[in-house]
Write a protein that binds this ligand. Structure first.
Ligand code: 2AM
Ligand code: CA
Length: 263
């Protein structure tokens, strides 16, 4: 039997320790490299933090598998067993340029089902945490179920990329939604944007391209408070694949999908 209580306790301890290490790195000189393109950054702290978690997980749970953004985990092609999906620093560009608005994101899944989600906003010291069936919390304060809103009262997280010329979506599609909503915001970190929807600070979040480590933890939080997550086509999310995302409160999700995106 998997001891989820113990896993949860250890995961929280490790996330706090990982966050502490990242805060201490502010006093050191970062080593910054680019990955797929000049805007795709990685630092020594992304790599060291992922390796820190992997070493802890391997030591305590050698039978668990790990999918990590920086590639120090396993090659995952199927969702069987217990899988830790880790983004050591979500929002690396913010980490490098702004020293705020980045998070550690860890989602723990069993046979494709989300069990534990942890998103730690390191600088604000806010830990968003959910255990399947037991609710979602921010620093141990329960997050209430999400209430309904309409587009005209909604704050929507959206990167300006998707309303300028881009390769993923016709820039004209989201213009009317930007116009009709109460306002838009962009934080540059999917994990925090997901946590904010779960916490009711944002009403929806739209993006064209996320990887499992960006959203694995956030989806577990969202489910506990009654949020809805699909692709921009309205299809279910496959947890081990890259995908577009429409995340929103119930009702608002349908209004955005049918009234704006699929119209
Ligand atoms: P990262 O900082 O861990 O790379 C920025 O808008 C958000 O999108 C961040 O959460 C960032 O995560 C993520 N992101 C950036 N480039 C991406 C890509 N090519 N594929 C998937 N997610 C990406
Ligand atoms: Ca990352």
């Amino acid at each position: 039997m998997t001891n989820w209580k113990e896993i949860d306790k250890k995961a929280k301890e490790w996330v706090n320790e990982g966050g502490q290490r990242i805060r201490e790195s502010f006093n050191t000189t970062l080593s910054i490299q680019t990955k797929s393109n000049p805007n795709d950054l990685v630092t020594n702290m992304d790599k060291e933090t992922e390796q820190f978690f992997i070493q802890k997980i391997k030591e305590h749970y050698p039978e668990h598998r790990i999918l990590g953004e920086e590639g120090y985990g396993h090659k995952i092609e199927s969702p069987e067993g217990v899988i830790w999906i880790i983004d050591p620093i979500d929002g690396t560009m913010n980490f490098v340029h702004q020293q705020r608005n980045f998070a550690i994101s860890i989602g723990i899944y069993e046979d494709g089902i989300g069990k534990i989600g942890l998103i730690y906003d390191v600088v604000h010291n806010e830990l968003y945490h959910a255990v399947k069936g037991e609710g979602a919390f921010m620093n141990e304060i329960p997050l209430p179920k999400l209430e309904k809103v309409s587009v005209k009262e909604a704050i929507i997280a959206l990167n300006a990329t998707w309303v300028a010329e881009n390769r993923a979506i016709d820039p004209k599609v989201l213009g009317p939604l930007v116009r009709d909503s109460r306002g838009t915001r962009s934080y540059g970190t999917a994990a925090i944007e997901l946590a904010y929807v779960a916490a009711g600070r944002l009403d929806a979040y739209i993006t064209m391209r996320l990887a499992p480590w960006d959203y694995a933890a956030g989806l577990i939080l969202l489910e506990e408070v009654g949020g809805v997550a699909t692709t921009l086509k309205g299809e279910p999310i496959n947890i081990i694949e890259k995908s577009s995302f429409l995340i929103a409160k119930e009702g608002l999700h349908e209004e955005i999908l049918n009234g704006y995106i699929l119209k």
